[in-house]
Ligand binder design. Structure first.
Ligand SMILES: [Zn+2]
Length: 294
């Protein structure tokens, strides 16, 4: 059996770029601390809208191939060596935004059999034996079919892995506390004139925003803010990052959004650990017994 580091974190995402936007600082932190960070991305985002005019000729498989290159560069910025595509490259395709005809393509993730896709993920779980799984909430954060499906696959895989020999002790969903989002958008309004983006997004555009009480865990990513911004920049077909005073970014809709370097989570499986002097957990592995079965 291969030697694994004591701490092992698994993240499941829909498209290349989601991992850097949601968890870039968290991934960089744990990679820097010597934990095993494993990213499973479900599709190559073949239907993503391309921002740079010079790359807009890229569509479908060619765009997917290009985005795999972007993902590789982003992982280099975060120091993450273990990143994989669910079921191997090209197994599941991007489903596009909810309600479009691409949702019906039999090759797309939205049409995938959840149990079958989950079994592909169980293979990874049994190999890596993560103590922590991070994914989206049941709505996928904002209703994109691939994000919803990534949630279902991740949660089902955790369930199947229970019976297959590895119970993941802690599962988290990506979150943003409402007051943090409100304050960041207020700041954005003030900073907007200095940004290369014409308009600002609104809080409702941010995935996973919930009442502050639901946040169980706060990862301060200040030390990894530069790595996170660099990883996001590596996804150049999808993201434009600007940092005059605070960092902001925009997707292909060109609406400015705050770039959060503190990342927030809601624990949905496992015991919330009490940390002295901290109202919330500050470590995803808090309370986990390490070294078992590794
Ligand atoms: Zn996505």
């Amino acid at each position: 059996m291969t030697e694994l580091p004591d701490r092992r974190l698994l993240l499941v995402h829909a498209h290349p770029d989601d991992e850097s936007i949601n968890n870039g600082a968290t991934m960089a932190r744990y990679a820097a601390e010597g934990a095993r960070v494993t990213l499973v991305t479900c599709t190559l985002g073949e239907h993503g809208e391309v921002i740079p005019a010079g790359l807009r000729h890229l569509t479908g498989t060619a765009l997917g191939e290009h985005r795999l290159g972007e993902l590789t560069a982003a992982m280099r910025e975060l120091g993450v060596e273990d990143f994989r595509l669910l079921g191997g490259k090209g197994r599941y395709e991007d489903s596009g935004m909810m309600g479009i005809a691409d949702n019906d393509d039999p090759a797309c993730l939205w049409q995938a059999d959840v149990d079958e896709a989950a079994r592909e993920l169980v293979e990874v779980i049994l190999e890596v034996r993560p103590q922590v799984l991070v994914t989206y909430d049941p709505d996928g954060g904002y209703g994109h079919p691939d994000h919803i499906q990534a949630h279902r696959i991740a949660m089902r895989a955790a369930e199947l892995a229970d019976d297959a020999g590895w119970r993941i002790p802690k599962i988290y969903w990506n979150r943003v506390p409402r007051t943090v989002a409100d304050e960041a958008f207020a700041r954005l309004q003030a900073d907007l004139p200095g940004l290369p983006f014409g308009k600002a997004a609104v809080v409702a555009d941010v995935p996973g925003v919930v009442a502050d009480e639901r946040i169980t865990t706060v990862i301060d990513g200040a030390a990894h803010a530069t790595a996170k911004a660099a990883a996001m920049r590596a996804h150049a077909t999808q993201i434009e990052v600007a940092e005059p005073t605070a960092p902001y970014f925009a997707l292909s809709n060109e609406l400015a959004q705050p770039l959060f370097t503190t990342e927030y989570y809601e624990l949905v499986r496992g015991e919330r650990a009490a940390e002295p002097g901290a109202a919330k957990e500050t470590d995803l592995f808090a309370g986990v017994t390490l070294g078992e079965a590794s």
